[in-house]
Design a protein around this ligand. Sequence first.
Ligand code: F6R
Length: 243
Amino acid sequence: MIIKKAKNYQDMSRKAANIISAQIIMKPDCVLGLATGSTPIGIYRQLIDWYNKEDVDFSRVTSINLDEYRGLSPENDQSYRYFMNTNLFDHVNIDKSRTFVPDGLEPDAQKACDDYNRIIAQSGGIDLQLLGLGHNGHIGFNEPSDVFIKETHCVDLTERTIEANKRFFASEADVPRQAYTMGIGNIMQAKKILVVVSGADKASILKEVVSGPITPAVPASILQLHSDVTIVADEAALGALEI
Ligand code: F6R
């Protein structure tokens, strides 16, 4: 694992956006695995800025998002499809027909997951997977568990995740209790992985991920076994590590 230290959130965002834009410049028809949440917002802003300056061109890029709440429509402003449209896709020249997010409205969970695994396989594989890190070590919505689940699956969100995500909803009761998420195997098959982490509240989990035992109780710990992982974290998030 390569760990890059950033001064603060803005610096983390710019350093991570640099890695993503380098990927697009080196391979214009690349497949990007993308994430939602608070952490990548600054990265997407930076990429939009560089797109406006004609420094990065999304016209041949395919994107595959990690996850989506089960039951939310693309028009619901809390859905991850809505998040991606408003935070990135609507502002750059990506072909929306090549942007993929699990179908939150597919009631048949097995079908939703099979369809998504097929999309990932047919894309030819993810070149660069962007990941945020949950306070409990989750990546995508792969929550702490006894086993690593390989492929896209329907997951019951933990109380900790519901609590963390309620800030985006009118009330905790509105937070969906389930989501469709890529599995750990889907993530580990990406050629390169870029993890972004910001804030002192992530310091102890980042330490566990990087130097603790590899266990499904800390899903992101499996990243220790991937051969090409870059973590871009700000000083606050690196506070528990001696770097
Ligand atoms: C988002 C996702 C989640 C988040 C994680 C961190 O698509 O899959 O794993 O990356 O919950 O979220 P933030 O960045 O809001 O702290």
